[in-house]
Each structure stands twice: as structure tokens, then as C-alpha cells.
Design a binder for this molecule. Structure first.
Ligand code: HEM
Length: 313
């Protein structure tokens, strides 16, 4: 592909797009200030978004780490959405879907590996103090994380005969009263309506359901994967999807490691959950491609997280 146009070629492109107004458009560009790095990246805005609530030195680490994670979540969703679109094309663009899921895996792996910043480069003593300023807010309320789960293929389940709910709705109950926590109620108030719309729209707009559809079109079942019956491209995609599943588990495990390190003296999180049980369970129970994980040895996760004996906050 040729990257540099001649002036004539560029003018022709503008004329094709703007017709008689092409000259006005060129004048408009000529009048503009030269673009700088800061204009493009909006560093000023970005660097004005950190508002520590206390004077503790490490609170800024906590805020920046969460903010960068939300940016990576955003990029993960960007790739997931494109991957799902590619799978839903007719015919499906499996090569592009593999590329998108591979990218999403790379991004999430980066988040997992960088957790050391919050595990080792961060003071538990300071955290135990400044977390008091959070009130009931918790990473539990990360809406983007919840969308990643839904677009991966999370299903609502009827856990107690009271209708289908997300697993995290069941878990976010106060240790003392078993009532839904304020963290959950606030999250539902802010995000549940549109999150339910994302959920209702997921069929087939999730990686899981789009892959199911592809298998059906190819008259394949999960047990045909990695046998001569399944084409190589489908197997490659299946493997990347299983890695994605595992990558989310790995992220959760790194996150749990951070909780285990800094909440050893706190039986509940700022979201009031019995975090040790809740977070460990979510690692074990939530999978999007269990059939592929069982069929293929894709396990990349490291050992289990060493859990503390919980003390008093
Ligand atoms: C020192 C670091 C951290 C600690 C101690 C911590 C603690 C916790 C706790 C205790 C919970 C359970 C809910 C609650 O009771 O509050 C939770 C959930 C959660 N946190 Fe964190 N967190 C940390 C860092 C992060 C970061 C950097 C993110 C990135 C956005 C994050 C996102 C989440 C998410 C998505 C959940 C829900 C997980 C699930 O449903 O499986 N947390 N966290």
C-alpha cells in the first residue's frame, strides 16, 4: 500500500469527498494551528483527572492504577466488539476474529502482569487508612469489567428460584445481615438498566454466542474441536478464546493476590463482601468456554493465591 500521496492526488481525494467545497476545506486546514503531541493525546485533561481524597502518598498510585486499568478495559472491549462483528459477518471473518481475541488477550495479560505495582509497590498501612475515605465504592462497581464479562459470554442464572441474576448480584450481600450491600444497590441504580440491555443484545453479540453460531453454521460441535473434523482456523480461534477465558481468570487471580496482601486484616472489602470467599469463588466458577478449556491444555495461570488468616479491620 502506498502511504504518501502527491499534492494532486490529495486534492483529488478532497474533491471526491467535498466537491466544490474542497478549496474551503483546504483553507480551513491552512488556518489551523500546528497540532502538538498534547493537543492530540489530551495529556492536560488526562493529568487533571486524579483527585486523591486524602494526603496519603500512595493514594495516587491506587487512583492511577485503577484509571489505567479502565483504559485497558476500554481497549479490550474495542477489540472484543470488532472480533464479535467479524464472527457475525456472512461469511464469518475468522482470521480477523483470531487477531482481535489475540489482541484482547495481550491487553488483559498486561493488566495481570502489572498488578505488582499494587501488590509490591504500595503500602498496606497507608491503604488501610485512605480506604476509609472511599465509603461504599469498590472496583466491584467497574461497569466496563461487567461488560467484558457479558461480551465474553457470561450468563445470568437462577440461583435461588427468584429469577435470573448475575453471579455478582448474589454475592454482594453484607456479611452481617445478608442484605444486598449499598455498593450493589448503588451500582444497580447507576448501571443495571443499560447493562441489562447489553445483556439482552448479547445473543449473538457475545464471543461465546457468536462462536456457537459459527460452529452451528459449520455443522460442528465442541467435541469436534481439535479433531480432523474441525478446520485449522476454527481450532486456532477456539484456542485463542480459551486463552481469553483463562486470561480473565488470571486477572482475577492477580487481583485476589492484591486483596490477600492488603486486606489480610480486613474481613470485608469496601463493598462489604466476604471478599475472600466471593473473589475465590468467582475465579473457580465463572468460565465462558469450559468445553474448550477441558479439551485443550491451555492453562497459563500460575499457582493458587496464598490466602491470609483474616483478622480484624
Ligand atoms: C489494592 C488493590 C485492590 C484491592 C484490595 C481490591 C479489593 C477488592 C474487593 C475486596 C472486592 C470485592 C468487593 C468488595 O467487597 O469491595 C473487589 C472486587 C473487584 N475489584 Fe478490586 N481491589 C483492588 C484493586 C482493583 C483494581 C486495580 C481493579 C481494576 C479496575 C479492581 C476491580 C475490581 C472488580 C472488577 C471487582 C469485582 C470482581 C468480581 O466480581 O469477580 N480492583 N476488589
Amino acid at each position: 500500500m502506498k502511504h504518501n500521496s502527491t499534492i494532486e492526488e490529495a486534492v483529488k481525494k478532497l474533491e471526491a469527498r467535498y466537491g466544490k467545497r474542497a478549496a474551503d476545506y483546504i483553507e480551513c486546514i491552512a488556518l489551523r494551528k500546528e497540532l502538538t503531541y498534547d493537543d492530540y493525546i489530551h495529556t492536560d485533561s488526562l493529568l487533571s483527572l486524579q483527585y486523591p481524597l486524602t494526603d496519603y502518598h500512595d493514594e495516587i498510585t491506587f487512583i492511577i492504577y485503577h484509571q489505567q486499568t479502565e483504559l485497558w478495559f476500554r481497549l479490550t472491549l474495542h477489540e472484543m466488539r470488532k472480533g464479535i462483528d467479524s464472527l457475525l459477518k456472512s461469511p464469518a471473518d475468522v482470521t480477523d476474529a483470531i487477531e482481535r481475541v489475540t489482541r484482547a488477550n495481550r491487553i488483559m495479560r498486561f493488566c495481570t502482569q502489572s498488578f505488582d505495582i499494587l501488590i509490591d509497590g504500595f503500602s498496606t498501612d497507608e491503604f488501610m487508612e485512605f480506604r476509609k475515605a472511599f465509603g461504599s465504592s469498590s472496583g466491584f462497581q467497574s461497569a466496563q469489567f461487567r461488560v467484558i464479562e457479558v461480551l465474553a459470554g457470561l450468563e445470568r442464572v437462577d440461583f435461588d428460584g427468584k429469577g435470573d441474576t448475575f453471579y455478582w448480584e448474589r454475592a454482594a450481600r453484607s456479611i452481617e445481615t445478608d442484605e444486598p450491600t449499598l455498593t450493589l444497590l448503588m451500582f444497580k441504580q447507576q448501571h443495571l438498566a443499560w447493562l441489562n440491555r447489553v445483556y439482552d443484545d448479547r445473543n449473538p453479540h457475545s464471543l461465546r454466542l457468536a462462536f456457537d453460531k459459527l460452529l452451528k453454521e459449520k455443522q460442528l460441535s465442541y467435541s469436534d474441536l481439535f479433531t480432523p473434523k474441525a478446520p485449522q482456523l476454527i481450532n486456532d480461534l477456539a484456542l485463542e478464546l480459551a486463552k481469553f477465558d483463562q486470561t480473565i481468570v488470571d486477572w482475577k487471580r492477580s487481583h485476589l493476590r492484591a486483596a490477600a496482601k492488603h486486606l489480610a486484616k480486613a474481613p470485608h472489602g469496601t463493598g462489604e463482601t466476604n471478599w475472600a470467599e466471593y473473589l475465590s469463588r468467582s475465579i473457580k466458577e465463572e468460565h465462558y468456554f469450559p468445553e474448550i478449556l477441558a479439551a485443550e491444555d491451555v492453562v497459563m495461570a500460575d499457582e493458587d493465591v496464598e490466602m491470609p488468616t483474616l483478622g480484624d479491620a
